[in-house]
Design a protein around this ligand. Structure first.
Ligand SMILES: NC(=O)c1ccc[n+]([C@@H]2O[C@H](COP(=O)([O-])OP(=O)(O)OC[C@H]3O[C@@H](n4cnc5c(N)ncnc54)[C@H](O)[C@@H]3O)[C@@H](O)[C@H]2O)c1
Length: 391
């Protein structure tokens, strides 16, 4: 059993990891600067949708699991995991200093013998920089980079099923990281730090590119008057190589876009496929608004419902959701937009029944399960294909 503190612990990555570690009997403290999230966690509530999280709380809360805004536990922890955000700036450059700043702010409070684990998704080389920064106050500090590869909302289940990539600044750091993660992950895969950092970015950029090719095909076919889904369903039918051909859709969220841009910055901004994927994915909201306009005529003064405002289905996370860009595009066309989402509160978001009653036209923002069986009688645009005719 290890004493573990997770810095940024009440966030989307920190909380499932903390619960998973507590479930296998580690002593876990979530350190977070968000007092509201800390309060919720200590009351046994998850501040966002995370399958399986609330079931773990009763067996660990106030026993070997708690949240706090105080850094006191850093002095006595065996392992300190950093998982704060790593955004890109308005010019799509990685804000590397954010994560260094966070680590510096805690440097004089940590147990010098602890293993420091970086779990945020970072620009390649950042683990080495952090290792140098911490060495200024703690010589021989053990630092590891162990990326998170969960899909948001299903983190608890995935942590126990996905292999864990680990890397470290010394064999001792790698050994300690392996000891910790082998208590939750079925398999450990070792890489050098920069390889592990690039591996995580490549995983997200690959997914972003998958969406981009589908989005490009959608726009290519539909703009030529062809029915994308008639072609898509036909080409996938009994054809194993197209099994993983993803559907088109608004693709952004807090990770895929910014991690593709981090990888691009790493390659001196010459990641042409990544840059092209951005142009395609970011262009889809405009295309969808134009598609609806082609069906309905001028949208000025019309009520247009967007069904689904979050960045992914069956989740409450709106970070970097392109549905908000779609709303802006429709507003520029002078439509009256009814942004609706069952996971987001009224009155800012219009309840589904009201949105459907008032709407002159509908666009699917994200395919929540709640929409799958709707019978829409008004003009609509559904790039996700949830209402397409199936055999
Ligand atoms: N969301 C995902 O599914 C996912 C998956 C894999 C990797 N990642 C990566 O993990 C990192 C975190 O992402 P997230 O989605 O969990 O972000 P998040 O915003 O949900 O969580 C970050 C948490 O850090 C806290 N925080 C910020 N500054 C702090 C400080 N100085 N001290 C203590 N706490 C602080 C915030 O209050 C927040 O609760 C990012 O690098 C992201 O790219 C995310």
């Amino acid at each position: 059993m290890k004493k573990v503190t997770i810095v940024g612990g009440c966030g989307h990555v920190g909380l499932p990891l903390g619960l998973a570690l507590a479930k296998v009997a580690h002593d876990v403290t979530l350190l977070d600067i968000n007092p509201k999230a800390v309060e919720m966690v200590n009351a046994g509530k998850v501040p966002f949708i995370e399958e399986g999280a609330e079931e773990i709380f009763p067996s660990v809360l106030n026993k070997n699991f708690r949240a706090t805004t105080s850094p006191d536990s850093l002095k006595t922890s065996d392992v300190i995991i950093f998982v704060t955000g790593t955004p890109v700036d308005e010019h799509h450059n990685p804000k590397v200093h954010d994560v260094i700043k966070v680590m510096r702010s805690y440097a004089d409070k940590i147990n010098p013998k602890a293993l420091i684990v970086l779990r945020s998704t970072v620009y390649p080389g950042v683990m080495d920089v952090l290792s140098d920064v911490l060495s200024e106050t703690i010589p021989d500090i053990k630092v590891a980079f162990c990326p998170e590869r969960i899909v948001q909302g299903k983190g608890i289940e995935e942590i126990f099923h996905l292999p864990q990539i680990i890397s470290g600044n010394s064999p001792a750091a790698e050994k300690m990281a392996e000891e910790l993660f082998s208590t939750i992950a079925p398999k450990i895969i070792r890489l050098a730090p920069k390889e592990a950092e690039v591996a995580k970015l490549m995983a997200n950029a690959w997914r972003y590119l998958e969406f981009a090719i589908s989005n490009q095909f959608y726009m290519m076919t539909e703009s030529q008057g062809l029915d994308f889904y008639k072609i898509y369903d036909a080409l996938r039918e009994d054809y194993p190589r197209a099994k993983h051909f993803t559907r088109p859709g608004l693709a952004a969220g807090p990770c895929l876009f910014k991690d593709t841009m981090q990888l691009s910055a790493f390659h001196k901004s010459n990641f042409f496929l990544g840059q092209s994927a951005m142009l395609v994915n970011e262009g889809l909201p405009v295309f969808l608004a134009d598609q609806l306009e082609a069906k309905m005529g001028d949208l000025k003064g019309k009520n247009i419902a967007i069904l689904g405002m979050t960045f992914k289905a069956n989740n409450d996370d709106i970070r970097e959701s392109l549905a908000f860009k779609l709303r802006k595009v429709l507003e520029i066309k002078r439509a009256h937009v009814l942004a609706s989402d069952p996971y987001l509160p009224a009155p800012e978001f219009t309840p589904l029944k009201e949105a459907l009653e008032k709407a002159d036209g509908v666009i699917v923002g994200v395919p929540h399960n709640e929409y799958l069986d709707l019978k829409i009688t008004k003009p609509y645009v559904d790039c996700w294909g949830i209402w397409r005719k199936r055999k």
